[in-house]
Design a protein around this ligand. Structure first.
Ligand code: NAP
Length: 309
């Protein structure tokens, strides 16, 4: 079958670390162009806008968006106006209304929108969901702690008002909302802001689910040394531990064998499946929990953040 001709918009860290190498090895997609303010990718034509790209290469079929969450509106309007199907990196947008609007725009244009959650493609996430689906959940503890200096070196957008530690934290929430048998609700939040930034560097969340289990999450963007991406679910039939960002699963301490496959290979395979079925996937539930944390969160101020600190 012919590969889908796809363009990448926003050639930064995640485009270079994951999207470009994944597309280079993809059976389903061919990287046909980039939309960029200044980047170059060997052998791939570059354009400043989607419109310029479509004038030069009208056979491009899809756009994968790797720009920061704030500022995607115009890009998506242009993409749908030119008849492209679109997938977007997490977090989906700057605000909930903007993200909801993206889904409406896709539906009106009769095009697909894939709101991606790469951590849901961790190899152990689906096995965890399958194991948990008939269990009574007693308690969930999430620890998602990483060093912003390693994963977002010098990226000032991460400290714009809003997302901060929820940029990685939303990955944990995307896994949580995928594996829990019932919907999750935010109950309480504490957001900790550096004195010189308008975005939180750490957060503690308390959530609930309809059968009464308590779900706690600790997010930290200032974790030095080993990084932690763990979710521990205590049930009436044992404890499931998802570790290393949803790539490992143990039940009562016993490792479960999972099929090893890189997250982004699965992500693009999922998009290929959506294209074949002509179906959108626009689940915003992790984003709703983040928005709720800002609605309910108590605020604490910490010392100043320093990229070199
Ligand atoms: P990044 O390194 O800052 O790259 C973003 C790119 O988007 C820039 O290089 C630029 O590309 C373009 N851009 C357009 N408007 C911009 C603006 N106002 N400020 C900065 N860049 C702008 O960011 P990233 O780490 O790749 O993250 C991009 C998205 O991927 C985010 O939603 C993030 O949450 C997600 N993500 C990141 C990681 C990670 O490990 N860093 C992992 C998974 C997902 P051009 O120069 O080509 O115009």
């Amino acid at each position: 079958m012919a590969k889908t001709r796809i363009a990448l918009a926003g050639i930064g860290k995640i485009a270079r670390d994951q999207h470009i190498p994944t597309l280079a090895n993809s059976d389903g997609f061919e990287l046909a162009a980039i939309v960029t303010s200044h980047a170059q990718v060997d052998g791939v034509p570059a354009f400043r806008t989607v419109t310029e790209m479509m004038q030069a290469l009208p056979d491009i079929q899809a756009l994968s968006v790797c720009t920061p969450p704030r500022g995607r509106q115009a890009l998506l309007e242009e993409a749908f106006a030119h008849g492209l199907d679109v997938m977007i990196e997490k977090p989906p947008a700057a605000t909930v209304s903007e993200a909801t609007g993206f889904a409406d725009m896709a539906a009106k244009a009769n095009k697909l929108l894939y709101v991606t959650w790469h951590s849901r493609e961790g190899a152990a996430v689906e096995p965890a969901r399958a194991w948990l689906k008939d269990k009574g959940i007693r308690r969930v503890d999430i620890a998602w702690k990483e060093d912003v200096r390693v994963w977002h070196p010098g990226q000032e957008w991460i400290w714009e008002p809003g997302i901060g530690v929820f940029d990685p934290g939303i990955n944990a929430l995307s896994v949580l909302t995928a594996i829990m048998p019932r919907p999750v609700r935010l109950e309480d939040a504490e957001l900790r802001f550096p004195s010189n930034k308008d975005a939180p560097i750490a957060a503690s969340l308390t959530m609930s689910e309809p059968q009464g289990a308590v779900i706690r999450a600790e997010f930290d963007f200032d974790q030095r040394g080993p990084q932690t991406w763990d979710i521990v679910v205590q049930t009436d039939a044992g404890t499931a531990t998802l570790s290393i960002g949803g790539t490992r699963l143990a039940i009562d301490g016993e490792p479960v064998e999972v099929k090893e496959e890189p997250e982004y290979a699965r992500l693009y395979r999922h998009f290929a499946g959506l294209l074949a079925a002509r179906r959108s996937d626009t689940d915003l539930s992790p984003f709703h929990l983040v928005a709720d944390a800002f609605l309910l969160g108590r605020r604490q101020t910490l010392g100043a953040f320093d990229w070199n600190g």
